[in-house]
Ligand binder design. Structure first.
Ligand code: NDP
Length: 461
């Protein structure tokens, strides 16, 4: 009876997770999706608490309190700009849980219950993927947080070494399936997998991080599937599969947006071609500066304006000011749209989330392919703290490290105003010729302050 209740609750939870994933596909319904996922998780946890295998609740209560103490500040206080490293950090926790369950289950079964080949296979994959994801996620966190250099750290034969190490753990795993009582082999698998996680992420440069984070998400999901098989838990298998598949699909979408070939991503050969931090230098010339007053005049009398937000807008927390400026221009009869590049900012969908939070209607958030067709009829493109995602070198300079990355073609507009603090480069470290273009004028300063100044001037124009 209890078992039927648990399985039924798991089915309900699985349904909630699937509807959540669907709702997360659009900014309009994303909040509802998150609520649905949280409810699904609550249902799954409550159902699991009825498990007959639970001997005592003390440790579970302790874990719940510790999780809440760590999780609440992570959810409430980490700023939006730090979300990617927070996600990488969460993956490390999830994968650590899977690895520890794997180790505990192995030691338990090894001592008492005995291990079938199927169980051993599941446990082996669980600790392999789990340990690899723990260290890989910690490395991604450290790189995104600036604790480790963002540039690729490479050495000779690195990819070959990773491949050999991977083949080595798979061979050890096969030996362990043949003889599950080789505890030494089991722990060698854990250690070598952890080392592979480090070595896989080290050579990856900053510009490829979104692919890495979503790929680690996929690995964490696969580790959860293996955990589900190992401890015979259906909801872990379902959720892990959803996580693994969605992370995988997102990795493919991201690698397209970053112009990484997916096989390259899978085999860890990042860093060699497209992520070197020293890019092509500008061919010379000077950036033309503009005052807020002059820039505002252009905006106030423009028919069509496209705001192009980037990471700098997120850093300056200037989303509300961007919307206010947009509203003011529209009040004067102009049309304002917001151009969304898939990897603008530091995580997939970063700009949608920020602008939606500031109350920009969804129909004014225009995706890259569509807005690129509209730039040639745009009077003024206002680039707010964006750099790599508007760098024409990605489309025109085969020698550029970001060559091939799809960009927003702002230089098709009649004129471009760029809001940034100074002459700093973007995330990839590549110089941006757009800033030297004859159509472009630069308004230097913190994005929030510049947008406030522009709004004041547009009001008075
Ligand atoms: P970039 O990081 O390329 O450029 C941001 C620009 O903002 C900088 O040139 C900086 O110039 C400016 N800036 C920084 N702070 C401020 C501020 N307070 N006010 C005004 N300007 C500011 O951002 P993009 O959004 O164009 O590109 C995103 C990059 O991040 C891509 O390379 C992408 O691959 C990468 N990435 C994306 C992820 C994703 O999933 N979205 C995840 C990880 C990386 P200055 O210093 O002169 O002010």
């Amino acid at each position: 009876m209890t078992e039927t209740f648990i399985q039924f609750a798991y089915l309900v939870a699985a349904f909630l997770f699937i509807t959540a994933l669907r709702a997360l596909g659009h900014p309009d319904s994303a909040r509802r999706g998150m609520h649905s996922a949280a409810l699904g998780m609550l249902v799954a946890i409550i159902a699991t608490l009825f498990e007959a295998r639970i001997i005592t609740y003390e440790w579970i209560a302790l874990g719940a309190v510790a999780g809440a103490v760590v999780g609440y500040p992570l959810g409430m206080w980490v700023p939006m700009t730090a979300m990617p490293q927070r996600i990488a950090f969460s993956h490390a926790f999830g994968a650590l849980a899977a690895t520890l369950v794997g180790v505990a289950e192995y030691l338990h079964s090894y001592g008492e219950a005995g291990l079938s080949a199927a169980q051993m296979t599941a446990l082996g994959f669980e600790v392999l993927l789990g340990a690899l994801t723990v260290t890989g996620s910690i490395m991604a966190f450290a790189k995104l947080q600036g604790l480790l250099p963002g540039r690729p750290v490479t050495f000779r034969f690195q990819n070959m070494l990773n491949l050999v190490a991977l083949v080595f753990v798979v061979i050890l795993l096969m030996a362990l399936i043949y003889d599950p009582y080789r505890v030494d082999l089991f722990f060698v698998i854990v250690c070598v997998s952890a080392a592979i996680g480090i070595s896989l992420i080290l050579p990856i440069g900053g510009a490829d991080m979104p692919v890495v984070v979503s790929l680690l998400n996929s690995y964490a999901g696969l580790a959860a599937v293996a955990t589900g098989f190992a401890i015979n838990n259906n909801i872990l298998i379902i959720v892990g599969a959803l996580d693994g598949a969605s992370g995988f699909i997102l990795s493919i979408a991201m690698s397209r947006a970053m112009n990484r070939s997916f096989s390259n991503v899978l085999f860890g050969a990042f860093g060699s071609s497209s992520v070197v931090a020293t890019g092509t230098e500008s061919e010379g010339g000077e950036m033309a500066q503009v005052s807020a007053e002059d820039a505002a005049l252009r905006l106030a009398f423009a028919g069509k304006v496209v705001v192009v937000p980037g990471y700098g807008l997120a850093v300056a927390q200037a989303q509300h000011q961007a919307r206010e400026l947009g509203d003011l221009i529209e009040k004067r009869g102009g049309e304002v749209r917001y151009a969304i590049h898939p990897v603008a900012g530091r995580m997939p969908g970063h700009m949608n989330v920020l602008l939606a939070e500031a109350g920009v209607p969804y129909d004014k958030l225009i995706e890259m392919d569509e807005i690129n067709e509209r730039f040639h009829e745009t009077d003024v493109a206002v680039v707010v703290g964006a750099n790599d995602v508007v760098n024409p070198a990605a489309g025109s300079n085969p020698a550029s490290p970001i060559y091939g990355m799809p960009i927003l073609n702002v230089s098709d507009s009649r004129s471009v105003i760029v809001l940034k603090r100074g002459t700093g480069r973007g995330f990839s470290g590549v110089e941006n010729d757009l800033f030297f273009h004859s159509k472009t004028t630069m308004l230097f300063g913190d994005a929030k302050q510049s947008l406030i100044d522009l709004a004041v001037e547009v009001k008075g124009a």
